[in-house]
Design a protein around this ligand. Structure first.
Ligand SMILES: [Fe+2]
Length: 243
């Protein structure tokens, strides 16, 4: 995909100012869409530093213990109370809900409410009350196996990962890897290298792709190539909560 490297001096784009149609076109053509930077260097560093404040998190996962890869991540206890994180999740949701609702008839799936509060109320009613936004930290040699972030029956179909480190400066390696399974064809891999503050928008489980006889579901998984050097920190925004 076309990956420009925006300067860290470029003012960040507010979620409400994103070009919805362009992002949706990129998502549909490539399987992943990359936004302009949504955060400044200072904001990225501020969020990344939260990783070392244990009182902010409900749980820590050391990936090696579960054979998920190597590295660790932490789920926020109350993301709405963390200013930048809560705001991003709330403000990005309507954009993704619009995309999800374009996909709904193509996937023959449900549609989603207009606001994050409504989605979270539905999740709570279904027993999914534990927040899923997380910070992931990968040091040298750390990686994540291909996976999907499904946490219960309610699965909002799109998620976001925001790069909080400077590729090439803070770390090398650690590329994002996506694999798309194509029915009756070989799988396709996609490597995405977001710059600081850029967000990747990608499917949680699958995406619709138009075929000769209507839309088909292409299952997708994501993971992270091993970090060669340095530290790579990412903010993950999943919109459904966990059981
Ligand atoms: Fe994930």
């Amino acid at each position: 995909m076309n990956l420009s490297a925006p300067s860290t001096r470029t003012p960040p784009t507010a979620p409400g100012a994103l070009d919805r149609d362009a992002l949706f076109r990129q998502l549909n053509s490539d399987g992943v869409a990359l936004t302009p930077p949504l955060l400044t260097l200072e904001q990225c560093q501020e969020i990344a530093a939260l990783f070392d404040e244990p009182q902010l998190f409900r749980s820590t996962v050391v990936m090696e213990r579960y054979q998920f890869g190597r590295g660790s991540y932490k789920y926020f206890a109350d993301p709405a109370a963390v200013p930048l994180v809560g705001r991003l999740r709330e403000e990005l949701y309507p954009l993704l809900a619009w995309m999800a609702n374009q996909w709904a008839p193509q996937l023959k799936e449900r549609s989603y409410p207009a606001t994050l509060d409504e989605l979270l109320a539905e999740c709570a009613a279904a027993g999914q009350s534990r927040p899923t936004p997380l910070i992931l930290r990968y040091d040298e040699g750390d990686y994540a196996c291909l996976h999907q972030d499904v946490y219960g029956d309610i699965v909002f179909p799109l998620q976001i990962a925001i790069m909080l480190s400077r590729p090439g400066e803070d770390f090398t390696g650690g590329e994002n890897v996506f694999v798309e399974q194509r029915p009756r064809s070989q799988s396709r891999a996609l490597v995405v290298k977001p710059s600081l503050g850029q967000a990747m928008v990608f499917p949680v489980r699958h995406r619709p792709v138009r075929g000769a006889h209507g839309y088909r579901r292409h299952p997708m998984k994501h993971g992270t190539n091993a970090v060669d050097r340095g530290r790579r920190t990412v903010l993950g925004l999943i919109f459904h909560n966990a059981r």
